[in-house]
Design a protein around this ligand. Structure first.
Ligand SMILES: Cc1cc2nc3c(=O)[nH]c(=O)nc-3n(C[C@H](O)[C@H](O)[C@H](O)COP(=O)(O)OP(=O)(O)OC[C@H]3O[C@@H](n4cnc5c(N)ncnc54)[C@H](O)[C@@H]3O)c2cc1C
Length: 429
């Protein structure tokens, strides 16, 4: 049977990054993507952090269609009908923060086109159904009636990775291991974005929301500025959604979010041009799949490489880095002419030596910390409520600020052993 060097299942960032590095090394590689084109099925919030991958990407992103470089970070604690926002920017931060907003339909497609220029077959509308085996060695993939043989299969097929599951590398996970993200892209003129978000041309704002935005469920809202649009969305834990009584639809949450005073004014006059929904792996380090087998390597979301750090979501740079490490591993395996799991284990070593497994390991207790409902109910609502009372000047004479503050804190129930435990638990995250 005729074998190519690698077949990549999934033309998202992970699969494309892997193909890019393999093509650079002159390897024969095919990318199979079930969507109409790379980027058509891929969803992100989204900002990409280039910092961790700068030293390994080479010229992969030369002239890439990044939207805006993030120069302003905002966090909003959302109460029932009030909120407090922190707005951070800084001269040094603007220069050193290497993070950009991206639109995946544009970005992934651009990268796929670069690959095609390099002679790589990136084949869209091509869904892989199964793996091909020779004994206990994966030797290719099956799509419909066609068999494609390869020395190594790269499972870059995203969060639900049936390839990793079929290879026995990943157990089927529970709903609570995932969050559901929904997102709208709303077109606005460049000038309006610059004015409304207080940014210069090509500078961008990343704005995260916690609290009432998810009706107190695990998750939050996001708003990222692109060149001529904003990406607005919500992420909610599927477990929290299932436990919610009465049940609530995510699009209801989204509509309520868009109707909030804080948001309405930012998107006013904009036109909805894209709507998408996607699942995100949420349990971090604990649920990473087995990363390789005989003739197969798992990358990106398929392996579970996504990190919700509470104040930001990271997945794209993990996807790209793991794709690159997979490519380097395939190149070494070809030199050794050995595609067994013994040789492919190099992939895991590379991940362990890099930010991918180091960061995921550092933040491994975060998912447990984020299970605390008070983070989405009590705490985000308390501060806006207290501030509202302090700021309000009514008919009656005002009490001393300290006295009011103390009365509010006492009434909130925050002075409890539970809060003390929550504060102590911060040291673990
Ligand atoms: C709402 C939301 C917000 C997010 N925000 C951020 C953010 O701000 N920053 C960040 O870094 N990360 C963010 N992430 C995470 C990030 O988007 C992912 O980690 C990243 O897209 C993973 O890339 P990937 O290439 O591994 O998977 P994907 O981009 O999902 O690509 C997998 C590809 O495989 C294809 N495929 C699947 N099965 C098959 C098959 N059988 N045959 C052929 N093709 C197949 C799919 O069509 C898809 O194109 C967010 C995710 C979501 C959902």
């Amino acid at each position: 049977m005729e074998k190519i060097d690698a077949v990549i299942v999934g033309g998202g960032l992970s699969g494309l990054a892997c193909a890019y590095k393999l093509a650079e090394a002159g390897m024969q590689v095919i990318v199979l993507e079930r969507g109409d084109f790379s980027g058509s099925k891929n969803v992100t919030g989204g900002r990409i952090y280039l910092g961790p991958i700068m030293s390994i990407v080479g010229d992969m992103f030369k002239d890439a269609p990044f939207e805006r470089r993030i120069s302003r970070e905002r966090w909003t604690l959302m109460g029932d009908d009030n909120s407090i926002s922190i707005d951070f920017t800084g001269d040094r931060y603007k220069k050193t923060n290497n993070s950009y907003t991206v639109l995946r339909a544009t970005f992934d497609r651009w990268l796929a086109d670069r690959l095609i220029e390099k002679g790589v077959f990136v084949i869209p509308k091509y869904r892989v159904d199964d793996l091909l085996w020779d004994g206990n060695q994966v030797v290719g993939v099956k799509a419909g009636d066609e068999d494609i043989f390869a020395n190594v299969v790269i499972a870059a097929d995203g969060v639900l990775s049936f390839m990793a599951e079929k290879a026995g590398l990943k157990a089927r996970m529970k709903p609570k291991n995932y969050a559901l993200g929904i997102k709208e892209i709303i077109e606005l003129s460049e000038e309006k974005i610059n004015d409304r978000f207080n940014v210069d041309i090509n500078e961008g704002c990343a704005h995260l929301f916690i609290g009432e935005v998810t009706k107190g469920m695990f998750g939050g809202g996001f708003l990222y500025t692109n060149k001529k649009s904003v990406s607005l969305g919500i992420v909610v834990g599927i477990g929290a959604l299932m436990e919610m009584t009465p049940t609530i639809e995510v699009h209801t949450l989204m509509n309520a979010f868009k109707g909030r005073y804080e948001i309405e004014r930012l998107i006013y006059g904009g036109e909805l041009v894209e709507y998408s929904a996607h699942i995100i792996p949420e349990t971090g380090y604990r649920n990473i799949s087995k990363l390789f087998g005989n003739g197969i390597i798992v990358t990106g979301d398929a392996a579970g490489f996504a990190l919700n750090m509470g104040v930001t979501v990271r997945g794209m740079e993990f996807a790209i880095a793991s794709g690159i490490f997979a490519a380097e591993t395939v190149i070494s395996a070809k030199t050794a002419n050995d595609f067994s799991e013994k040789t492919l284990s190099l992939y895991e070593n590379k991940l362990k030596d890099s930010f991918v497994l180091k960061d995921l390991s550092t933040f491994r207790k975060l998912p447990d910390f984020l299970e605390n409902r008070a983070l989405f109910t009590l705490y985000p609502k308390l501060l806006p409520d207290i501030l509202e009372k302090i700021m309000f000047i009514g008919e009656s004479p005002k009490e001393k600020i300290g006295k009011q503050l103390w009365a509010e804190v006492k009434a909130s129930g925050i002075l409890s052993m539970k809060t003390l435990k929550d504060i102590i638990s911060i040291k673990d995250i």
